[in-house]
Design a binder for this molecule. Structure first.
Ligand code: ATP
Ligand code: MG
Length: 337
C-alpha cells in the first residue's frame, strides 16, 4: 500500500505520543481525509517495544448500550482480535482480556469495568510500555448518546475515565477519531472536558501537495493540475485516478456519484420537511458568506450528520466535504433556480 506525504502530521503525532499523556486527543477531519491511515502509519514508525495499542474500530460495531460497550472493551481470555491484521505484526496490540468470572461480574455491574482497565494499563506501565487507546469512528456512539436514554451515562463515564487516564493519572494516551465534529462538541460540552483535550485536524492534501504527489507518480504538469483542480487532494480518489486508464473518465464518474448522493440526501431532506432552510444554508456556504450563528446550528448539524458539509469547530469553519461535492452542490442548486 502506498503512503503519501503527511510529514508534518506524522511529526506532530509522534511528538504527541512520545510526550507524557496529559490530554485526550481528538483527531478530526472530513470523511476519508486519511485519519486512520495516518495514525496507522505513525504507530508503525514508532518503536514497537515502547507502546501497546488498544485499538477500537467502531465502524463495524453495533453499539446499543452498556452491554455492547462492555463487549467492545473486554474479551474472554484466549480470544484473539482479528482486527488491524495489516499492522498487527508491526505493532504491539493489546486486548483487555479477562477471566470469565470477572467478565460476568462486570456484566452484572458488580465490578467497575473502568477499574479493570486501569489495572491492566498500570501493568503495561510497569513493563515500561506506554498504552495508547484509540477510538476510531466516534460517531458510531452517537445514537446511543442522543437517544439511548438511560444508556447515556456510560458514554459520559467513558470520557470521564479518559480524562482520568490522561490528565489526572498520565497513564495512557487516548486518541479519538471522527468526522462528525458536532458530536465532539456535544460530548465536550456535556462531559467535563474543558481544558482536558487537544484537537488535531487532518484534512485532504492541499492543492500543492496533491500536485507534487501526482507528478512524483509520473504524471505531467498539465494532467496533475487538471486532476487537482477537479477533485482536490482526496487521497483515495487520487489513487483510483492514477490506476485507471483514463483519468478524465474516472473524474467524471466520481463527479456523477457525488452529485447522485447529493441529490439523494436533498430528497431525503425534502421528505423530512426542512428543505428550504437547508438549501438556503447550502447557498450561503457556496457563496462563502456563511457565518456560524446559533439559530442555524440545528440545520448545520443535520447537514454535517448527512455528510454534505464539514464543520471545523476549532476554526469555526464550514465547508463542503470535498471540492467535488462543492461542484456538485453548485450545479444542483443552479438547476433548482
Ligand atoms: N497518506 C496517504 N497516502 C495514500 N493513500 C492514502 C493516504 N491517506 C489515505 N489514503 C487512502 O484514502 C483512504 C481513506 O483513508 P482513511 O480511511 O484513513 O480516511 P479516514 O479519514 O479515516 O476516513 P473516515 O472519516 O471515514 O474514518 C484509504 O483507504 C487510503 O486508500
Ligand atoms: Mg477512519
Amino acid at each position: 500500500m502506498k503512503f503519501w506525504d503527511r510529514e508534518k502530521e506524522k511529526k506532530w503525532l509522534k511528538h504527541y505520543l512520545l510526550t507524557e499523556p496529559n490530554a485526550i486527543l481528538f483527531v478530526y477531519g472530513p470523511k476519508s481525509s486519511g485519519k486512520t491511515t495516518l495514525l496507522m502509519k505513525v504507530v508503525e514508525e514508532l518503536p514497537k517495544e515502547k507502546f501497546i495499542y488498544y485499538w477500537f474500530d467502531l465502524r463495524e460495531k453495533f453499539i446499543t448500550g452498556y452491554e455492547s460497550v462492555i463487549e467492545l472493551f473486554f474479551k474472554k481470555k484466549g480470544w484473539l482480535e482479528s482486527f488491524v491484521s495489516a499492522v498487527r505484526p508491526k505493532i504491539n496490540l493489546g486486548i483487555f482480556e479477562l477471566d470469565p468470572e470477572v467478565l460476568s461480574s462486570i456484566r452484572q455491574k458488580e465490578t467497575d469495568p473502568f477499574e479493570e482497565m486501569r489495572k491492566r494499563l498500570e501493568e503495561d506501565r510497569a513493563k515500561g510500555l506506554t498504552p495508547v487507546i484509540v477510538f476510531d469512528k466516534l460517531q458510531k456512539l452517537k445514537d446511543i448518546y442522543l437517544n439511548g436514554g438511560n444508556q447515556r451515562p456510560i458514554i459520559k463515564e467513558l470520557f470521564n475515565f479518559f480524562v482520568r487516564l490522561t490528565k489526572v493519572l498520565h497513564l495512557s494516551h487516548v486518541i479519538v477519531m471522527t468526522s462528525d465534529t458536532f458530536f465532539i462538541e456535544q460530548v465536550y460540552t456535556d462531559s467535563t472536558l474543558k481544558n482536558t483535550s487537544e484537537f488535531y485536524p487532518v484534512d485532504f492534501f492541499d492543492d500543492k501537495t496533491a500536485k507534487d504527489i501526482l507528478i512524483s507518480e509520473g504524471l505531467n504538469e498539465r494532467d496533475a493540475s487538471y486532476i487537482v483542480e477537479h477533485v482536490g487532494g482526496v487521497p483515495w480518489m487520487m489513487e483510483r485516478i492514477l490506476s485507471s486508464p483514463e483519468s478524465t473518465e474516472a473524474i467524471q464518474r466520481f463527479y456523477k456519484d457525488s452529485k447522485g448522493t447529493f441529490q439523494e440526501v436533498l430528497d431525503l431532506i425534502y421528505e423530512e420537511g426542512w428543505y428550504e432552510e437547508a438549501v438556503k444554508l447550502l447557498r450561503e456556504v457556496l457563496e462563502n458568506n456563511f457565518k456560524v450563528k446559533k439559530e442555524d446550528k440545528k440545520i448545520l448539524k443535520k447537514l454535517v450528520e448527512y455528510e454534505l458539509l464539514f464543520y471545523d469547530p476549532i476554526n469555526r469553519l464550514v465547508k463542503f466535504q470535498s471540492k467535488l461535492d462543492e461542484r456538485a452542490a453548485k450545479e444542483l442548486l443552479e438547476e433548482l433556480k
